[in-house]
Ligand binder design. Structure first.
Ligand code: 6GU
Length: 221
């Protein structure tokens, strides 16, 4: 998969790009690339935003600036790229959307800053608008890392063998439900014990107990 991030702050992604599962995805044929709107802006002095028509506080990302960066990256035909605008008003990101995106061959995430995007970016340049939750963040960079993390970890070779085997058994057994609780040594700590069944060695009973806990958690969320 080619995974492109358009941002004013590519340096914010340095930590993220260095994470093991992200580097693993890279070694298995995925590519994470960054494009700075400021590098290709058609405006003078590196301008990328402007004050909102109708007045009001803050600045808005310009449609011509975002279009120019897409043009520089892809040229006029962008149909092969699934382009997502990251904005608090978008479609809620969840595990289902992460799986859907993991099947794409080429993704582009458009990060906004300031008060947001000119709506024509969302309407005409992006295929979807995506939000990571019902709260407002200062820009699309953290959401882009959230989306990239959830998607890249689904790609072959991203997680180590043991982890991906574990993952598979979760998704198969749990049908999208949240995970069951985990415990490890010591068996008691400050009087806090571990469910007996997990120490019993009875794998069928353990599996049953985990499924029940997982369903319980699903019912609560
Ligand atoms: Cl995608 N962007 C911003 N700025 N805030 C958000 C968000 C996105 N998702 C939740 N809050």
């Amino acid at each position: 998969m080619i995974f492109d991030v358009f941002t004013l702050f590519p340096e914010h992604f340095e930590w993220f790009a260095g994470q093991r599962h992200v580097r693993n995805a890279g070694e298995h044929g995925s590519e994470l690339r960054f494009f700075n709107y400021r590098d290709t802006t058609p405006l003078g002095a590196g301008q990328v935003d402007d004050s909102p028509y109708g007045g009001g506080a803050g600045m808005v990302m310009r449609v011509d600036v975002v279009d120019a960066s897409l043009e520089a990256a892809y040229g006029p035909d962008r149909d092969g790229v699934r382009k997502l605008a990251l904005t608090p008003g978008g479609r809620r990101f969840d595990e289902g959307l992460a799986s859907e995106l993991a099947r794409e061959s080429h993704l582009a995430l458009l990060c906004g800053r300031y008060e947001g995007f000119d709506e024509r970016i969302v309407a005409h340049l992006a295929d979807d608008a995506v939000s990571i939750g019902p709260y407002v963040l200062s820009g699309g960079e953290l959401p882009a890392m959230v989306v990239a993390d959830a998607v890249l970890r689904k790609l072959p070779g991203s997680l180590g063998d043991s982890e991906s085997a574990l993952e598979e058994s979760f998704s198969e057994a749990l049908g999208g439900a949240p995970e069951y609780p985990h415990y490890t040594r010591p068996p008691t700590y400050r009087g806090w014990g571990v469910p007996e069944i997990l120490l019993s060695g009875d794998h069928a009973k353990v599996r049953e107990w985990r499924l029940e806990r997982s369903r319980e958690r699903a019912a609560r969320t």
